[in-house]
Design a protein around this ligand. Structure first.
Ligand SMILES: [Zn+2]
Length: 315
């Protein structure tokens, strides 16, 4: 009999955002990603119950990366398992699990540089504090090539796919080549209207690696992302569609790199747009109309990423 594993996508909803958590059926069942603080009770527990699964039976909580909409629900979920589940995160982002103040440090270092209005900054920081549960110590800090056994013959390989964030991971089910890549693959971006790319060089390399080396047979993403026409697509992808999704992500990356380069290469930024700061012209050319006062906002993170790719991080 051909090997198969039951996967249950769990839609974690908060505000306008949908983030996916995934249940992986195994002798030691796993949840990959956890939504925000309220998701364990509002979304994960009831969805599992509909499938006859008790949340207490979860034995692994695996995090693809440290962003609030993936890691925020960990502590509540862990409590629901009677504190028995093992919590796994990339070594590079374990600090975001241990100390939620680190999210505020990151916010201030990046978006905070561009969002000058103190009232908006306070609103954003309050959101981070509400959406992330208690600090929690990881059981396992993983790196490229690590293996996680969920019991029986079900094992996962850890593949580092940085770029969306520095510690973004893909979990690959061995023997099936089903890849939980979450936000390492974003096509033309999510609800915020742009892909969130912290380090474009790495993002591009991760996409090439998935496309050419990993060649997954199923791809499980973190959100519904947009196609070239701006329509939100299914986050669970199979077969030939996978190539198209990876190629669309590379196309958007190439477009962003070119636009940012053409605007910043002379470095004479005199633009001071009300919403987009020095990047008003770039927003216009990309066709970006989002409002950075409303989170999630990819704009500053992504444009800053492409700027640093051109000039280094000290500029
Ligand atoms: Zn993310």
């Amino acid at each position: 009999m051909e090997k198969s594993v039951r996967i249950i996508p769990i839609e974690c909803k908060f505000g306008p955002v949908t983030a996916f958590a995934y249940y992986v059926d195994a002798p030691e069942p796993a949840i990959i990603d956890t939504g925000v603080n309220t998701s364990a009770i509002h979304d994960i527990e009831p969805t599992l119950a509909e499938h006859g699964i008790n949340i207490e039976d979860i034995r692994w909580i695996l995090l693809t990366h440290g962003h609030v909409d993936h890691l925020g629900g960990v502590s509540e979920l862990w409590e629901k398992t009677g504190r028995r589940a093992k919590v796994v995160i990339s070594k590079k982002e374990a600090r975001l699990l241990r100390d939620r103040n680190e999210h505020i440090v990151d916010y201030k270092a990046l978006q905070g540089k561009y969002i000058k209005d103190p009232a908006i900054q306070i609103k954003h920081i309050e959101m981070l504090k509400t959406d992330i549960g208690a600090n929690i110590e990881p059981d396992l800090e993983v790196v490229e090539g690590d293996h996680i056994s969920l019991g029986g013959d079900i094992t996962l390989t850890v593949i580092e796919t940085p770029g969306h964030s520095i510690g973004s991971l893909t979990f690959l089910i061995d023997g099936l080549d089903w890849a939980f890549a979450a936000d390492a693959v974003q096509m033309y971006g999510g609800l915020g209207g742009l892909p969130t790319i912290e380090t474009p060089t790495q993002y591009r390399a991760s996409l090439h690696r998935l496309l050419e080396e990993v060649q997954p047979k199923r791809l499980y993403l973190g959100h519904p992302f947009r196609n070239v026409n701006g329509e939100l697509q299914n986050a669970q992808i199979e077969g030939e569609q996978i190539k198209a999704v990876l190629q669309a992500s590379l196309e958007m990356d190439a477009k962003l790199a070119e636009i940012v380069k053409s605007h910043l290469s002379n470095r004479s930024l005199t633009d001071h747009h009300e919403l987009y700061g020095p990047y008003g012209k770039i927003a216009e050319e990309i066709g970006y109309t989002g409002d950075p006062r409303n989170l999630p906002c990819a704009f500053f993170v992504t444009i800053n990423g492409y700027k640093e790719e051109l000039f280094g991080s000290l500029n």
